[in-house]
Ligand binder design. Structure first.
Ligand code: SF4
Ligand code: SF4
Length: 396
């Protein structure tokens, strides 16, 4: 139980949704951090302000990221959370665990920290929530012994994450888990030792449904795609129609490419107009599936509002084959990092960097050709830059 009364938090034990207050209370007798966390949280609920001091720089030797230091601003009242650092532990791709792995993690965290976790942080990591500075190295050592490493934090490559892909989903256009794991291993140095102007995130989705929201939450969004025709099983289409699906209303009329025909017997798709939106496949999973020539679309630049406004990633490579060990993607990532690390401003995300220097200059610097797929529509103003060489050439 919390050492101080928590009438406001107690209210949050009511109602049907699993209560985080109940969960923390379960551990309140076992660790001072948990009872004091309830205490300081109740105080924040009353005063409507946070009670954590600004910032905090702690970590483990050899790494520059992975631990988020935090100190409460009322250490006399709540000594159990005087230090309350968070360790980010790199999760397995797509969050598949054995009970044994979870037990191992629990044993380590009960020994060295509060026992409280987030399963998982928004980027994907296992979050070990709350420990003291002197606990960090022993905890890290034991994690490493058990085969777990820290995730990313700070101006580095953050922990890549992916949808469950081929493990459980018939729409996966490439092996998201294999790709995610390969990127994580290949770029360990960039993940553990911040060397960038700012953070950089990679997320991998197996198809345009984008179940990891990569297009909104990753600087590099890798989204599975196909470039041939949607596979149609005519017999299964008939079954859907017989079972009462209104194909005209629910599929044909919702197709953004307006490229599906249904005459009551046969379904046809004009694939060159298909926008690969997944809608028809989502509605009739037994009858339709992505094409056979599969790969991914690479998109770049998404970020949250600060500083220059929120961005979604936009197309960088319309289609790329996804084959281990993904050398061409690694090269592209390195080219992006080289340009952004050289000319990016302090704390400028790659999306903002492109807005500042211009897509044309950026593409030239990383060695990619412009492509109509990169824009939703052409520019509407006439303020076009020409480089001097181009003008001289046309004068000749
Ligand atoms: S993004 Fe696509 S492939 Fe991945 S889990 Fe979602 S639907 Fe399946
Ligand atoms: S994937 Fe989307 S755009 Fe393509 S045919 Fe199906 S509904 Fe139309």
């Amino acid at each position: 139980m919390a050492k101080v009364p928590t009438p406001k938090l107690d209210e949050l034990e009511k109602g049907p949704w699993p209560s985080f207050v109940t969960e923390i209370k379960k551990r309140a007798d076992k660790h001072a951090a948990c009872s004091d966390l309830l205490g300081i949280l109740e105080r924040s609920y009353n005063e409507k302000i946070g009670h954590w001091k600004h910032g905090g720089i702690v970590g483990v030797f050899g790494y520059g990221g992975g631990v988020i230091g935090r100190y409460c601003d009322l250490p006399e009242d709540f000594p159990g959370v005087a230090h309350f650092h968070t360790m980010r532990v790199n999760m397995p791709a797509a969050w598949f665990y054995t009970s044994e792995a979870i037990r191992t993690l629990c044993d380590i965290w009960e020994k060295h920290g509060s026992g409280l976790t987030n399963m998982h942080g928004s980027t994907g990591d296992i979050i070990f929530l709350g420990c003291r500075t002197e606990d960090l190295e022993p905890c890290f050592a034991e994690l490493a012994e058990a085969g777990f490493d820290l995730g990313g934090s700070g101006s580095d490559l953050r922990t890549p994450s992916c949808c469950c892909g081929m493990a459980r989903c018939e729409w996966a256009c490439y092996d998201t888990m294999g790709f995610c794991y390969e990127m994580t291993q290949h770029f360990q140095d960039e993940l553990h030792r911040p060397a960038f102007p700012y953070k950089f995130k990679i997320k991998a989705a197996g198809c345009p449904n984008d179940c990891v929201a990569s297009i909104a939450r990753a600087d590099l969004s890798v989204i599975g795609n196909w470039r041939d025709n949607i596979q149609i099983d005519a017999a299964e289409v008939t079954n859907y129609a017989k079972a009462g699906l209104d194909i005209a209303a629910d599929v044909v009329n919702n197709c953004p490419g307006q490229c599906i025909r249904w005459d009551g017997k046969t379904l046809t798709i004009k694939d060159e107009d298909c926008k690969h939106c997944m809608h028809c496949i989502n509605v009739m999973p037994k009858a339709l599936r992505p094409g056979k020539e599969r790969g991914a679309t690479l998109l770049l630049g998404s970020k949250a509002p600060i500083m220059e406004g929120a961005l979604l990633s936009s197309v960088l490579v319309p289609f790329i084959e996804m084959e281990e060990p993904y050398d061409d993607i690694k090269e592209l990532i390195e080219a992006i990092w080289e340009v952004w690390c050289e000319d990016g401003k302090n704390r400028e995300r790659v999306g903002e960097f492109i807005q500042r220097v211009g897509m044309g200059n950026f593409l030239e610097a990383i060695g990619l050709e412009p492509d109509p797929n990169m824009v939703a529509h052409p520019r509407e103003n006439p303020y076009v830059f020409y480089n001097l060489n181009e003008e001289e050439e046309s004068d000749e």
